[in-house]
Write a protein that binds this ligand. Structure first.
Ligand SMILES: Cc1ncc(COP(=O)(O)O)c(C=O)c1O
Length: 293
């Protein structure tokens, strides 16, 4: 696989208030965000030039920063405009949009009361997250790492530090030939995948874990709305891993993942059934501003 490093591409990145050359969007090695994970970010998708639920993502970015104890030095409207400016400059109509905010270099210890807050926005093409065959159903490992308890990590923030165990779990899964991993939470309940929320189907009804210690994704909430529009019952509840055998279908959802059917989780198999395919189609129509039949 040919890898084009992300720091060596053509284009422009919005960096602290202006678009600059992609390769010049650099930070110093002594940056608090790098050493102490004082960084929050968003993952968004533009479809035909329009960013899906853009404002909700920007609001979450600001809230994530607030949870980490810092304030983004722009208004929500300014970041909204900056995202559109960066998207337009990219020349892409369909793309992934990545705003990120972090603490700078003024203080380099645990205390970071006086660090400048930096913000950048990059846009790049990112087709199906799990590859072109993902609609056949992906295979998930069961991660050894568990989502931490709410009093041990600020789980409502989309914060860099929370991804440490996601990368560890994803790498462990890939080493075993899986595409991704399903993570349990600190109590042993089913939580989510390493970058997407999870849903199960049984007897025409949908079950999904209560987001009480992991990100309540914008796509998750969108999918619940789509299911309700179709009068499909959705239950948010705690799900034990020993229930997996009783579910017929499973799918992941997230901005990058969109709706991705799951064929296997460890020893458990699922069919890519009609309900999952329907949700994927409905989501696709919604984000592309097509009527939902
Ligand atoms: C860990 C994790 N859970 C869930 C999600 C889904 O969130 P959203 O639908 O807002 O993209 C993501 C993606 O951002 C994620 O990284």
């Amino acid at each position: 696989m040919e890898i084009i490093p992300f720091d060596d591409r053509d284009g422009q990145i919005w960096f602290n208030g202006e678009l600059i050359n992609w390769r010049d969007a650099k930070i110093h090695v002594l940056t608090h965000g790098l050493h102490y994970a004082s960084s929050v970010f968003e993952g968004e998708r533009a479809y035909s030039g329009e960013i899906f639920k853009s404002r909700e993502h920007t609001e979450r970015l600001f809230n994530s920063a607030k949870i980490l104890g810092f304030e983004i030095p722009y208004t929500i409207d300014e970041i909204e405009a900056a995202k559109l400016e960066t998207l337009a400059a990219s020349g892409h109509e369909n793309a992934y949009v990545r705003p990120v905010a972090w603490r700078g270099s003024e203080m380099m210890a645990v205390s970071a009361q006086h660090n400048k807050i930096h913000v950048a926005i990059a846009v790049w093409p990112w087709p199906a997250m799990f590859g072109p065959d993902s609609m056949k159903g992906i295979k998930l490992d069961i991660a050894e790492w568990q989502r931490p308890a709410p009093n041990t990590a600020p789980f409502e923030a989309k914060a860099a530090g929370l991804y440490m165990i996601c990368t560890l779990s994803k790498h462990a899964a890939e080493a075993k030939g899986y595409t991704d991993a399903m993570m349990l939470d600190h109590r042993g309940y089913v939580a989510e995948a390493t970058g997407a929320n999870i849903f199960f189907v049984k007897d025409g009804a949908v079950h999904t874990p209560t987001p009480d210690c992991f990100l309540d994704g914008i796509t998750r909430r969108t999918v619940i709305g789509l299911l309700k529009d179709r009068q499909i019952p959705v239950t948010e509840r705690h799900i034990m891993p020993d229930e997996l055998d009783g579910f017929e279908q499973c799918f992941l959802c997230g901005t990058a993942a969109e709706v991705a059917p799951v064929a296997e989780i460890g020893p458990h198999s699922f069919e890519v059934g009609a309900l999952t395919t329907q949700v994927a189609t409905d989501y696709n129509n919604l984000v592309n501003r097509r009527a939902i039949a």
